[in-house]
Design a protein around this ligand. Sequence first.
Ligand code: T4K
Length: 369
Amino acid sequence: MISKRPIYVTQPVLPPLGEFLPYLEKIWESKWLTNGGQFHQELEAKLADYLGVKHLALFANGTLALVTALQALRITGEVITTPYSFVATAHSLVWNGIKPVFVDIDPKTFNIDPEKIEAAITPQTTAILPVNVYGNPCDVDRIQKVADTYGLKVIYDAAQSFGVKYLGESILNHGDLSILSFHATKVFTTFEGGAIVCPDAKMKNRIDDLKNFGFHDEVTVVAPGINGKLNEVQAAIGLLQLKHVDEALRKRREIDQQYRKGLGAVQGIRCMTLPEDCIPNYSYFPILVEAGYRSTRDELYERLRQLNIYSRRYFYPLLSEFPMYRGLPSATRANLSVATDVSKAVLCLPIYPALDPQIVGEIISAIAG
Ligand code: T4K
């Protein structure tokens, strides 16, 4: 046993409780709890500034942000997406009556392979929904080129991409819309939460209406919107988190470097590579357990569990293997051979700011030893 307490794949950063109390006092005093209050407005402005994006609409979670992003752009028919993601990506399409069309991934980035998108386009295709898996940037230029050629919208599921920069700017400034998740397991958290990032004010107004039942003003409902609002307590947590997020990213980076140094030479273990000109957020530390390693991925997963280390097989099974998707024509293993191989080999190791470097060292030894 490496540690008496279980070591999970992640752990949220919680600033000192004393720092949170003044926010609660303000909420108690104002009695303003939700529906776009002061903290909500402040967090939208501060996050847009921190992330380097034009407009940002907060949501109760990333899934509602995804569902609403598709509504905002009036997406219908078929949408091309990746099977290598969290279930919310494909579920958001089904909630909108849209058919997911799975396209295989790139073996290096684990993101949708832009080369394979074109062959999946049909007259019903209206959009592409790529995912920046582990916050790792997609090939945004090539994806946009295909989208422009065929007149498709692009919505990035950037749930895991908080703070990632690519080619000198925020990864969130690509495509028509991007969504973020602020779930407890994310680099920046409001316990539950999320956002849509959009480039223009008119679209932000539409999104704001859609997340508030479609209300435009007291007596006008412009669309069958949903209740996707983030409340004031969550917004206050977000404001507090922002003060600590740079330090959290720095600590994550150190753990990432320690893993890379310790595992780089282990036969049969491959660490994820990042594209050049990318500032990552170190949200996950995926390794591939390949031929040449002394055990299978699942044996290593079990061995680590015996040591009280709870790594995770994100993303296994593939979305295309779940019962509601496996009947789709695009869900075959033959169509998704790279994703199938990666999902059988991947293991995400614990990474979070409070993780003791000594434990990281012991995890490395357990894998390498
Ligand atoms: N798109 C993508 C690409 C996503 O990755 C996600 C979410 C979404 C869309 C949807 O966004 P949200 O609607 O969730 O905002 C987790 C998260 O629940 C999910 O948010 C996340 N992706 C996904 C990748 O991971 P689980 O089922 O693995 O979570 P769970 O409860 O097993 O937590 C993992 C570990 O984290 C635990 O073993 C311990 C630790 N933990 C967890 C929680 C909830 C804590 O220390 N404290 C906590 O409060 O899905």
